[in-house]
Design a protein around this ligand. Structure first.
Ligand code: PGA
Length: 249
């Protein structure tokens, strides 16, 4: 794969809700164009509104995921799948349990061996590449992560077990009852897996994302800011609200 620096499209929305609407339309259009699309989808606070709208669209008969293949971007490790904070629970609660889905794959946070599980997931994903549309969030503060690709993640990284950085664990701690419960690691699609998708949509809302968005779009392309690698993809769109855009000039 020859990678060339490009200038991503940046769509600045007046409100967070407009980000949800934009991302939903992108998914609806993709599914209308190609009913058996392969998708990578994220978890987190940012995409919740998008999933609410997708479920609404399904009820109105405007989106059909029954032939889609969905890959989750990442999962904590270790974590029990039925833990309410697992990304498996998030996906079920926000999307999977609401409508027929062709196939849905997610790393198994309960697997005995994280390395073996990551390799299983890598091979599965590889089989479906290039993914038609990948939707991603971006890490808060100075994490600048995509999936669980923390600072230091190399451009050629593939699905693997990673240790979570403290900043990520703190940012994700609000849903856990005690700090001891926050998983120490995760299994994530790598930078190289993400860059293989045909199209990438990055969604970001609020001022907590402003530094990361600016760093990703205007700083050096490097492992210090994994989201900056997205500038090496020819079809990436950042859809962000005014809060997340506030440091862009
Ligand atoms: P958030 O998480 O949507 O909850 O802010 C995004 C991320 O950490 O990648």
């Amino acid at each position: 794969m020859t990678l060339q620096e490009t200038t991503p499209e940046v769509v600045i929305c007046d409100t967070p809700e407009e980000v949800d609407t934009y991302a939903t339309k992108k998914l609806v259009d993709q599914m209308q164009k190609k009913p058996d699309s392969s998708l990578t989808l994220p978890t987190g606070n940012t995409p919740v509104g998008m999933y609410v709208r997708i479920v609404d669209m399904y009820k109105q008969g405007k989106i059909d995921l029954s032939k889609a293949t969905i890959f989750s971007l990442d999962e904590y490790y270790p974590i029990e799948s039925n833990n309410l904070n697992s990304f498996a629970s998030f996906m079920k609660q926000n999307l999977i349990d609401h409508m027929p889905i062709g196939k849905w794959y997610i790393p198994n946070g309960e697997a005995q061996d994280a390395t073996i599980e990551a390799e299983r997931y890598r091979q599965l994903l590889e089989h479906y590449q290039p993914i038609d549309l990948t939707v991603l969030g971006i890490g808060p503060g100075t994490t600048c992560h995509i999936g669980f690709n923390e600072k230091g993640s190399p451009i050629d990284s593939t699905v693997r077990y990673v240790k979570l950085h403290d900043e990520t664990r703190v940012a994700n701690s609000k849903n856990f009852l005690s700090p001891k419960e926050i998983p120490t690691g995760g299994i994530t699609q790598g930078i190289s897996d993400i860059l293989q998708a045909k199209q990438i949509l990055v969604i970001a809302k609020g001022e907590a994302k402003a530094w990361g968005v600016k760093r990703a779009l205007h700083g050096p392309i490097s492992s210090d800011a994994p989201a900056s690698f997205l500038r090496l993809h020819p079809h990436v769109t950042f859809v962000i609200d005014r809060g997340a855009a506030q440091l862009l000039s």
